[in-house]
Every structure is written in C-alpha cells, then in structure tokens.
Design a protein around this ligand. Sequence first.
Ligand SMILES: [Cu+2]
Length: 108
Amino acid sequence: MRKWFLVQLYFLMSVLCSTAMAEEVVVELYKFKFIPQELTVKVGTTVKWYNKEKRQYHSVWFKEQGEEPGEYFFPEESVTKTFDKPGRYPYVCEPHEKKMKGVIVVTK
Ligand SMILES: [Cu+2]
C-alpha cells in the first residue's frame, strides 16, 4: 500500500517538474506595441503573445521566415509559438506592419 503511494507521488512530482521546465514567456500587445519589443529566450521556450488592448485586434507574423500571416487575435486572446532552433526571429503585426515590430532571439 505504502509502496503504491510512493509510486503515485513520484509520478506526480515528475509531471509537475516537467511542466515547470517547459517554459512559457509572455509578450503583451498593448497600445500598438509588442512588450517587450525584443525578447531573448532559450531553445524550447514557448512564447505567448497576449492581446491586452481594449478593442484592437493584432497578429503575429514571422514574415522574414516566409511564414503565412498569422490569424488576427482579439483582446484577451493569445497565440503561441515554440522556438526549437537558436536564431534571431523578427516579426510584425500584419495590419500594423509599419509600427508594430518585434524580435525573438533564441539562444542555446
Ligand atoms: Cu497590430
């Protein structure tokens, strides 16, 4: 009985630890800006863009990587992307491309 409890405890701990290690970092979209505008993360990090505006939609588009424009997302919505390779990843917001630019720098 006791052994079974320990097995369960071990399983629970390993789940909790792996969740904590898969890092997620948030970029906020507010007043037509990506905050922070430049963000450095480690390989394997998931970046979440959270729209904090009152009523303005935005998008996250890795144009220079040749990706399709991302979908628009509205206040209180978010989009995520996981970065598996080191590099410098500039992106823009499609409808506000001229003023909304950001960069994700991915390090080893
Ligand atoms: Cu925008």
